[in-house]
Design a protein around this ligand. Structure first.
Ligand SMILES: Cc1cc2nc3c(=O)[nH]c(=O)nc-3n(C[C@H](O)[C@H](O)[C@H](O)COP(=O)(O)OP(=O)(O)OC[C@H]3O[C@@H](n4cnc5c(N)ncnc54)[C@H](O)[C@@H]3O)c2cc1C
Length: 367
């Protein structure tokens, strides 16, 4: 995800699409003494896969609203860009509030990625009988391709934000932050992780999407700095392991009586054929065709995955676009964001840039 995280990467995005900028972050001057950081072994022999995914990005941010569909209610919950896992429980809660306006308690959720699953589970928790309809199920969703660090970024162009959107974003973010904390542990593959933000400029800023929730993710300087950069800071957030997490939430959904139907919908008319009077559209990038949302566009991202290294108990973001997340299923090396690219083919040049960048970074780690 992370341009998702990387300040410099976001700067590059802003030059492509005006509107991304940064805010001062909540920074404590209290330095955190750092122990040893074991280096990631960035060697070709350790590469186990390269994966590609398309982030569902809308310059004006996610869509969270309801519209009538004949006598049914169609609630939209899509377009989460580079932070759909992060925001999933939060926008799900907002979608549930729309559904609760109707007295009927039967709902269809279209989509079985992180957003659809969270929405389906929260509807169940509010007494709904829910069927998930989806073209593809985990592990074949974009959500399975995510990094996935908890941080709301690469979501909206700064100059397209509105007061209403900001309010929805803050509500969703705070709700998701608290909800994910209830899932920390082995079963869901959610863990707290020290995240080192590595940079050459001592310029503590966060992506603008974090503006109103900066209190949740304060930075502390890392001293001494073990990285070959002028500065390093640390924040604490959660790392979500998509294969474990999505499987567990889908299992919870089934155990709570939910049905899953594999089915693709072409348009609004095909949705209106469903029996359920409430339909929640959680189709991610699929909404481009399903409801004709031309603003929705992909930001292609790819991850090079190395053999797991259990001793790596931290994450890094930077320098530049780069990021590294150490998960049970592998060490994730990322940092690519190709806007408007619909291809799922691996970009070899970008893969090489990310690989060499991390090789250099961990090769120069001070120990
Ligand atoms: C490389 C990369 C790294 C990322 N890192 C992070 C990260 O660190 N943190 C983070 O929070 N996010 C990250 N993301 C972003 C995250 O993956 C997305 O925001 C998220 O997956 C969107 O979830 P979703 O449920 O909306 O969509 P999806 O996971 O795409 O699910 C959509 C569902 O809808 C179904 N569907 C679509 N169209 C139709 C149709 N017409 N009919 C029926 N079903 C349909 C699909 O089959 C699928 O089941 C990353 C993404 C990439 C590519």
């Amino acid at each position: 995800m992370l341009r998702e995280l990387s300040r410099r990467d976001l700067i590059r995005l802003s030059s492509l699409a005006a509107g991304v900028s940064f805010v001062r972050c909540a920074t404590s001057s209290f330095p955190i003494p750092i122990g040893r950081r074991s280096p990631v072994i960035v060697d070709r022999s350790r590469v186990i896969r390269t994966v590609v995914g398309l982030r569902p990005y809308r310059p004006s941010g996610f869509v969270l609203e309801a519209e009538p569909l004949g006598d049914k209610l169609l609630v939209h919950n899509y377009g989460h860009g580079g932070c759909g896992v992060t925001l999933s429980w939060g926008t799900a809660q907002l979608a549930v509030e729309h559904a609760l306006q109707r007295s009927n308690r039967q709902a269809a959720v279209i989509g079985c990625g992180a957003v659809g699953l969270a929405t389906a589970r929260l509807l169940q928790d509010h007494g709904f009988y829910v069927t998930i309809y989806a073209k593809a199920l985990p592990p074949d969703t974009t959500s399975n391709m995510a990094g996935a660090l908890w941080l709301p970024v690469t979501l909206v162009d700064r100059n397209r934000r509105t007061p209403r959107f900001d309010q929805q974003l803050e509500q969703a973010t705070r709700f998701a932050w608290r909800y994910f904390q209830t899932l920390v542990g082995e079963r869901y593959g959610v863990h707290w992780v020290e995240t080192d933000c590595i940079e050459d400029r001592n310029d503590p800023e966060l992506p603008h999407e974090v503006e109103r929730i900066a209190d949740l993710v304060p930075f502390n300087p890392l001293e001494p700095n073990p990285y070959p950069t002028r500065f390093a800071r640390r924040l604490h957030t959660m790392l979500i392991e998509p294969p474990t997490y999505l499987r567990a939430v889908l299992e919870d959904f089934r155990l709570t009586g939910g049905n899953v139907v594999v089915r693709e919908f072409a348009d609004r008319a095909s949705l209106s054929q469903l029996d359920e009077p409430i339909i929640v559209n959680c189709t991610g990038l699929g909404a481009h065709d399903l409801v004709g949302d031309a603003e929705l566009q992909p930001i292609k991202g790819q991850l090079t995955v190395l053999l797991p290294q259990p001793e790596i108990d931290y994450a890094t973001v930077g320098p530049g676009d780069l990021y590294m997340f150490s998960r049970r299923d592998g060490v994730i090396l990322g940092g690519t964001h190709e806007r408007g690219v619909w291809s799922l083919d691996v970009n070899a040049a970008e893969a090489e840039r990310v690989f060499q960048g991390h090789r250099q970074l961990f090769g120069a780690l001070r120990r």
